[in-house]
Design a protein around this ligand. Structure first.
Ligand SMILES: Cc1cc2nc3c(=O)[nH]c(=O)nc-3n(C[C@H](O)[C@H](O)[C@H](O)COP(=O)(O)OP(=O)(O)OC[C@H]3O[C@@H](n4cnc5c(N)ncnc54)[C@H](O)[C@@H]3O)c2cc1C
Length: 457
């Protein structure tokens, strides 16, 4: 019998479910995707590079258009917001965001992929013009347009999105001030690693003593000032910073209100709790992407680490299970990568801080080495930190940054963690070597040797 599949949300996880269902030839279903936006299937991850100008048009960030899905048999409903889920009746209520008309939609299986939205801190005059958050293509276009006529910018928040916008504004010659209320930017990293990254960013950005980039930590924004448009940012310590635009990149929260109202169980950070088949606590309702919590494969705890890479994998898994077949999403390591100019920044698994919080007794090693043979003209320093469990000698995590491929090393560690390798096994990893790519003993293996030397003194 033909099944009615309804999907709420259309950026990464929703379109992934749609695409996988469309490819499943032995499952008879109708597919209806509802989104409150006027576009679907785009790369939010690419927005900083569109703003920077690396990608010439925002259109290029669109992976698939509604027409492409519709030609294959799915129905895409733009500008339609789901305002209620009625699990008992297997229905949702959908409101047209233009006409306000409300319609009932029946489902046999429902997938919630409503993602997340930026946190807006309560700061005086936050509603002034030219104060932006970044999540959607519309946000990206508005920010780029304003950036092109600006000389000064302030970024509130020192996370990876803040760093990517810092790169974009710096590349477009704006004087940019980043304000982070915590003592360190990139709080996902160990503090000393964050500080080293901060120093490198400042050194790279201000190479000609231009002081084009400033990073303020341990200070928060107290108020914005201006006449209709933002003109000044006032910090709690009393700094007054003149600006043409402000980016609020102070974190995100999951869009789970309609799920909670429907009685669906929430978990960490109010994200939807799902099992490894992406099923929620309510029958016939699945969830995937940024609106769900994740099982961390090293700490064995539930966490909320919303990432596009995870959203896509979870979407595929949800689709397979919706068709009645079996697929399991085991969990995540939180592997992530970002960059500032030529500096790549990456991590996987647990940091030392997190590992200790979860009760591990750890050994760590941090080492800086050239990323390729020192005589190669583009050889650059790369710094790696490895975190290893003292008792079982298992690798728990890695952080890396530098001029070379930080993510190449971190991805190698991610595989080792999944394979539950000990540091002894890891040392024998047969990594590639040629002078333009690595050193004869890759910096990652050198960091592992430092750990080994601590164990076998
Ligand atoms: C600037 C930026 C850079 C990023 N860079 C990276 C990166 O480099 N690597 C990485 O892994 N991740 C990155 N991310 C994160 C990544 O974009 C997200 O993890 C991914 O978009 C999550 O997809 P999703 O489909 O779960 O949710 P979302 O992208 O949040 O999409 C959810 C959609 O559902 C819609 N919706 C919500 N509620 C309703 C409702 N009630 N009815 C109808 N529609 C609704 C929303 O409007 C939205 O369109 C970045 C994000 C941003 C903003």
């Amino acid at each position: 019998m033909k099944q009615k599949i309804v999907i709420i949300g259309g950026v990464a996880a929703g379109p992934k479910i749609t695409a996988k269902l469309l490819r499943t030839t032995d499952f008879d279903c109708s597919i209806d995707l509802y989104t409150d936006e006027d576009v679907i299937s785009y790369s939010a991850c690419g927005l900083p590079y569109y703003i920077e100008g690396v990608i010439p048009e925002a259109e290029k960030l669109i992976v698939r258009r509604p027409q492409q899905f519709e030609q294959q048999g799915a129905s895409i409903h733009l500008n339609k917001k789901c305002i209620k889920i009625l699990p008992e009746e297997h229905k949702i209520l959908v409101q047209d965001t233009i006409t306000s008309e409300i319609k009932e939609v029946e489902y046999d299986k429902l997938a919630i992929t409503t993602g997340a939205r930026p946190i807006i801190p309560s700061i005086k005059n936050i509603n002034l013009k030219n104060i932006f958050t970044i999540r959607t293509i519309k946000d990206g276009i508005a920010i780029r347009n304003k950036m092109l006529e600006s000389k000064h910018a302030v970024i509130l928040g020192g996370g990876y999105i803040g760093i990517e916008l810092l790169e974009a504004f710096h590349a477009n010659h704006l004087h940019t001030v980043m304000i982070e209320r915590e003592p360190h930017i990139l709080s996902l990293f160990d503090p000393e690693i964050s500080d080293m990254i901060k120093e490198q960013i400042l050194a790279m950005a201000n190479v000609n003593n231009e002081n084009n980039v400033e990073i303020i930590t341990s200070d928060a924004v107290a108020a914005f000032e201006g006449n209709e448009k933002v003109e000044k940012v006032i910090t709690k310590s009393g700094r007054v910073i003149e600006t043409d635009l402000v980016i609020i990149a102070a974190g995100i929260r999951p869009n789970t209100e309609i799920a909670a109202e429907a009685g669906i169980e929430l978990g960490v950070s109010n994200a939807i709790r799902v099992n490894n088949r992406m099923q929620t606590s309510v029958k016939d309702i699945y969830a995937a992407g940024d609106c769900t919590e994740n099982f961390h494969l090293v700490s064995r705890n539930y966490v909320w680490i919303p990432l596009g890479s995870t959203a896509n994998k979870q979407g595929r898994c949800a689709a397979v299970n919706i068709t009645g077949k079996y697929d399991a999403f085991p969990g995540i390591l939180g592997s992530a990568v970002t960059k500032f100019d030529k500096l790549s920044i990456s991590l996987t698994g647990l940091t030392e801080t997190e590992a200790k919080k979860f009760g591990f007794d750890v050994i760590t090693s941090t080492m800086t080495k050239k990323d390729k043979a020192g005589y190669m003209p583009d050889a650059a320093d790369i710094t790696l930190k490895l975190v290893v469990d003292k008792r079982f000698k298992k690798i728990l995590g890695a952080q890396a940054f530098g001029g070379g491929d930080a993510d190449k090393r971190v991805n190698t560690v991610a595989s080792a963690i999944l394979a539950e390798q000990t540091i002894d096994e890891f040392l024998h990893l047969d990594m590639t070597y040629a002078p333009p790519f690595s050193t004869a003993v890759d910096p990652l293996l050198s960091a592992a040797l430092l750990i080994s030397n601590q164990i076998y003194k």
